[in-house]
Design a protein around this ligand. Structure first.
Ligand SMILES: [Fe+2]
Ligand SMILES: [Fe+2]
Length: 183
């Protein structure tokens, strides 16, 4: 497996775990229990900073190459690239909603937060599913090492805070929540 293919799958695993943390909070919200807004904001900061800014641009290059090499995958590639933009806007919107509810709990309905949160998580998971089951396997079939190397050039060195080597204090609450998830 090309190192970039492994890195993209590792990124997906990290994102799935952060989404599970967020989902547990949404479930608590659905049961009208107390929720941890700081934790949810940390999770959304991670999603905004890492997948959106550092993972999606690399995939954009990879899927653009795949669209050129495999006409039958071109429409799916274009759709996935367009979805990166939508997911970025969804993340910013959901972060804003969380922040607003935290500041003024009384005036913003929690049922809206719950509905938007669930839709956000589902959209992220559907996006990851398409990549894991369709696009990455297809890219591995149709792109050669030079193509993968070209996409990898855009990846740069990324310090993902969910890698064991870098654990900035900023994400302490998120690390604790992740450590309570099943492996
Ligand atoms: Fe993606
Ligand atoms: Fe991805």
């Amino acid at each position: 497996m090309h190192p970039l293919a492994k890195r993209l799958r590792d990124d997906h695993r990290h994102l799935q775990r952060v989404l599970a943390v967020l989902e547990a909070q949404m479930e608590a919200l659905g049961r009208a229990e107390d929720v941890d807004f700081d934790l949810m904001l940390d999770a959304m900061t991670y999603i905004t900073e890492f997948p959106n800014r550092l993972h999606h641009p690399v995939e954009d290059v990879l899927f653009d190459l795949l669209a050129k090499r495999d006409a039958s995958a071109a429409a799916a590639c274009r759709e996935q690239i367009a979805e990166h933009e939508r997911l970025f806007h969804d993340s910013a919107a959901f972060y804003g909603l969380l922040d607003a509810v935290q500041v003024d709990d009384a005036t913003l309905p929690r049922d809206r937060l719950l509905a938007d949160g669930r839709a956000f998580i589902e959209a992220q998971r559907a996006h990851l599913r398409r990549e894991e089951t369709e696009l990455l396997p297809r890219a591995e079939q149709r792109l050669d090492t030079a193509d993968w190397d070209r996409a990898a050039l855009t990846a740069g060195q990324v310090d993902d805070p969910l890698d064991a080597t870098t654990r900035p204090a900023r994400y302490e609450a998120l690390y604790r929540a992740l450590s309570r998830l099943p492996a």
